[in-house]
Design a protein around this ligand. Sequence first.
Ligand code: ADP
Ligand code: CIR
Length: 379
Amino acid sequence: MGGCASKESSAKEPKKDDDTGKDTMVDAATLEKLEAGYNKLASSDSKSLLKKYLTKEVFDQLKTKKTSFGSTLLDCIQSGVENLDSGIGIYAPDAEAYSVFAALFDPIIEDYHKGFGRNDKHPPKNWGDVSVFGNLDPAGEFVVSTRVRCGRSLEGYPFNPCLTEEQYKEMEQKVSSTLSGLEGELKGTFYPLTGMSKDVQQKLIDDHFLFKEGDRFLQAANACRFWPSGRGIYHNENKTFLVWCNEEDHLRIISMQMGGDLGEVYRRLVTAVNEIEKRVPFSHHDRLGFLTFCPTNLGTTVRASVHIKVPKLAANKAKLEEVAAKYNLQVRGTRGEHTEAEGGIYDISNKRRMGLTEFDAVKEMYDGIAELIKIEKEL
Ligand code: ADP
Ligand code: CIR
């Protein structure tokens, strides 16, 4: 592996190449792996956005570049090279990678986030009028549960592939002590993954509260080093407010509950994020919005989803995907990304997160699901 994962890079002071030029070049072993990776991808029938946009020209332009954390193009693309069935196939090992490897990230961002071009600027954070959303399914016929999450990165720390074990532990400490100050409905407990029994962990995963373990896309991206060190989950008593620590992103802030009351779920999330933001600074980019490990999550970082049963529409999966796409929605399986639907339950959410406000990202899901329910009723 060519990049920062093998280095003791400090969180506060990224390694700078020195004046002698030492360490400014990508080493021969990394270059060799990059060439092999490019050839593997180019000769594959991978449908990933990585394959689509890593042209020979872009590859040659980027293959010798490095961020000041020491991250190379290999760190960005290795997940998609190893997992040819990736949808995207690329992660940013550190925030700088979005600039250094922009020739690859920008077209992928534009494709995923529906036209957010390289000269576009993500709008300022705006949660809008939180009283607007109501219950998507008051009779409880279709929507099993509703969830809205956003991601945040702690300012001063790089992403997973560049973190030391020490930093993981330090971040976990920061996150758990910050969250211990929350009150009212948000009051809860932090549970480190280290020392958690397998039964408790599996039950939390099965109930859709906790991230899964052993995600091969994240593993190949070097995002699971020192696991379970520094990883954990905070939740309130009712498990309607949860925070994941150091899985894909430094923080995933989540509000969820049974049924279709998006209004209640949204208001809880907005209150929580505002409270947390008062206490800890997060990485924000002038053009890209909030920074995350995966380019699909940049900008608002908001994924608003329902677990929904629409048996008539879903009788034809291709048709369901087609109708969902029409409303800018993404269909996932019951256990999240890269899983299948169980018992006819699909996870349907807003797809794009950039170039629109937090409010509009959630509204996209709200309006789209209302349409899907209408179509289901007419079938
Ligand atoms: P993320 O939402 O963080 O991008 P995943 O797609 O892996 O990541 O989903 C994480 C977990 O959240 C999974 O267990 C998934 O089943 C659960 N989940 C997502 N949406 C809902 C929902 N509306 N109701 C209940 N669980 C949900
Ligand atoms: C893929 O390319 O399919 C995986 N790397 C997941 C990409 C998008 N999802 C995500 O980050 N939540």
